[in-house]
Each structure stands twice: as C-alpha cells, then as structure tokens.
Design a protein around this ligand. Structure first.
Ligand code: EPU
Length: 354
C-alpha cells in the first residue's frame, strides 16, 4: 500500500481546480482498504481528520489543500451478474468511468441506462447523489451496492430502500447524526454497484428534449442506441464537456415549492419553467430562475456562469489559470442572494464542498 504525499488534485476534479492532497492512497481493490485500515498510517491519519473519499471528482468544489488522507477509489471491473426472464443485473467497480460503463452495457445488448449517457463521474459516485437525466434516475435502475464501513472495516451490502434515495440525494449525503438515523456521509466507501435493467426494455421518452428529437427525426420508436445518441447530442449542445471546460454539472438542485408559492411567482413571472410533482408540489427550473436574474456569462475571477445553461458554473481560466474554489463559492453565493431577493427561493448547491 503506497501513500503519496503532496498530490496535485487538478486532474482529479472535473472543475480543474488546482489544490493538493497532503496524503493520497489509491484503492484498487477491497483488500487495499483492508490493508490500509490495519496500518499505522490509518491510525495516524484518522487521529488528525476523517479520511476523504474521492470518486470521479465530478461533483466537487475544492476550496483549499486537503489535509485529510484522500482515498482515491480506482476499483475496476464490470460484469453481468445474472440474466433472468425479467432483467439483466450488471455490476461495475466503483472506479469505472460512468459513461464508459453505460456505453459498455449497450454494446453488450443490455439496454436501460441510455438516458443517463455522458454524465461525468464514476460508477461508485452514481448512487451518492442519485444521478438523473432525461426522465430516468439512478434509483429506477438500481439493484444493490457493496461498501466498506470506514469505522469498523466491515463490508456490507445495501439494497435500494436502504440507500434512502431522493432527488439528488441518498444516505451517503447525510451525516450519521442527521434526521435520517442511517446517514453514512464520510462513513462508507462504495466498492461495487449493481444495476437492474428490466426486460422487456421500455424506452423513456417523456422529457421535452427527447420529444423534440422524435419530432425532428420522425423516429417515434427509437432503439436504446438511438436514445443514447440523442442524449449525447443534447448534452453536448447545452452542457460543457469537463475535458475542455471545467465544471461540476448542475450547480444547484431544482427547488420544490408549494402550489401557492408557484402561483405567486407565475403572477409576477408568467414564463417561469415549472413541473407539477406527483405529491402536489411544484418543481421549478433553477436554470431558468438564475437566467431570469441575468447571470449567464457573469463571473467572479475565473469562475463563470455558463453561457448556454445558467445552472452550470464553469472554470473559464482553463488548466493554465484555473478558478479557485473560493471564486466558485463566491459566485454561487451571489447567485443564491439574487435569486432569493427576486423569487424568495434559496437555491441549494448540488456539489460537495471541501
Ligand atoms: N433554462 C433556462 N435558462 C437556462 C437554463 C435552463 O431558461 O439558462 C430552462 C430550459 O429552457 C428548460 C428548463 O430551464 O425549459 C430546464 O432546463 P434543462 O432541460 O436543461 O434541465 P435542468 O432542469 O436545468 C436537469 C438536471 C440535469 C439533467 C437535465 C436533463 C438538476 C439539478 N439538473 O437540469 O442534471 O441533465 O435536467 O434531465 O436536476 C446534473 O445534475 O449535474 C445535471 C446536469
């Protein structure tokens, strides 16, 4: 087990923020973690600060050097666990790249993840914030996951109910002392995730951008591969590719309001983009709210609001002059204040801030 010192993290976070990890170790298999947890390094590191688990780094804002021991998850592997009349169950190592995993499942002839194409990040991070796009959330295709308890070293498995999934939310985002008594933030390292891809495959085509593609092409019964290609094209057209422009995807969650609050906003801003939810509440498009406040293209230092999608903050300085985490957070706070002043809604950031 190798512990590297003063490791540059710029390549390991999709914003491309320059920061260092005082100590970093790569977890390539569960045994690496077992060996680490039995070592002096672990005892010493834990006495200073709880270790920090780094996945794909695509939902992360780093505001300074990380003093805690960084566990960089690089567990590889993908396989078909079982195929029944009702489903394919496929498994990915936590360190696998999410988009490559989705591509692989389709190449194998196992459809179901196509709406989630091109989401940056790793397989292991996907359940943490219950990634979602174009009408499908991870929880709709989730089977179970394996993880290791970073306090006891015990390996355990969770099913969907135990993960407590919500909109961009799970037990992995809540502290153990949280209102959810089973919060696992900082406590678990996810090693493998299994997905249940139901048979017969049914396309999910309700999202407006996909309906538009069907109308444009005249193809109203697309294959999974066709949906995958459409999703890739839609994302490329409106979201920045972190390989070229650093970003962490949507920076804020879409807020939920009551019918009365929404009616109030519509009375003042009839164009507000809103979606009724099954529980009677209304979800508002945070990108629209930010856009309406005139934020597109505005910046703080080298952190900027993306020109084509106001919900995404980008690193406009590139790898040479990257934005700092402080600039990102100053910009985010200014956006929150202006949306709050105009609409009375406090936007909640999506990424983890360290
Ligand atoms: N809009 C504007 N101006 C903007 C941005 C958006 O008016 O600057 C309007 C759009 O015209 C559209 C509405 O807001 O009518 C919603 O925009 P979009 O379809 O782009 O989706 P979103 O709600 O902004 C969510 C997810 C994305 C996901 C897409 C597609 C969240 C926080 N974001 O974005 O997820 O890809 O839907 O399903 O739920 C992510 O979480 O990182 C992410 C990219």
């Amino acid at each position: 087990m190798l512990v590297e010192n003063q490791v540059a993290l710029q390549r390991y976070n999709s914003f491309g923020i320059a920061a260092r990890a005082k100590k970093l170790t790569r977890i390539r298999q569960t045994d690496d973690l077992t060996a680490l947890m039995a070592s002096e390094v672990w005892a010493q590191a834990r006495s200073e600060a709880p270790p920090f688990v780094l996945g794909g780094g695509s939902n992360l804002v780093i505001t300074g050097d990380i003093k805690a021991l960084v566990l960089k998850v690089e567990i590889a592997g993908r396989r078909l666990v079982e195929e029944t009349d009702k489903a394919w169950v496929v498994e990915g190592g936590a360190g696998e790249n999410w988009h490559d995993f989705v591509t692989w499942t389709l190449d194998q002839g196992w459809p179901g993840l196509e709406n989630l194409a091109l989401i940056p990040g790793s397989v292991g991070a996907s359940p943490v914030q219950n990634i979602g796009a174009y009408g499908v959330e991870l929880q709709d295709r989730f089977h179970s996951l394996d993880a290791v308890d970073l306090q006891t070293g015990q390996a355990f498995t969770l099913d969907a109910a135990q993960c407590g999934f919500g909109y961009r939310d799970s037990v992995f985002k809540h502290a153990p002392s949280d209102e959810r008594s089973f919060g696992l933030a900082g406590r678990a390292l996810i090693t493998r995730v299994r997905f249940l891809l139901p048979k017969p495959w049914k396309p999910v085509l309700g999202y407006m951008d996909l309906e538009r593609k069907m109308a444009e092409t005249g193809n109203h019964s697309p294959s999974a591969q066709q949906i995958f290609d459409w999703v890739v094209a839609i994302r490329r057209a409106k979201l920045p590719d972190p390989a070229f422009i650093g970003n962490a995807g949507s920076f804020f969650k879409n807020p939920t309001v009551t019918l009365e609050q929404c009616a109030d906003i519509i009375a003042r801003d009839p164009k507000v983009v809103h979606y009724p939810m099954p529980d009677g509440s209304i979800k508002l498009a945070a990108g629209w709210l930010i856009d309406a406040c005139g934020w597109k293209g505005k910046s703080v230092g080298n952190a900027a609001v993306y020109e084509k999608q106001a919900l995404v903050l980008v690193n406009k300085g590139g790898p040479e002059q990257p934005c700092t985490g402080g600039e990102v957070m100053t910009l985010a706070k200014a956006i929150q204040t202006s949306v709050y002043e105009r609409f009375g809604i406090l936007l909640e950031p999506e990424p983890v801030v360290v």
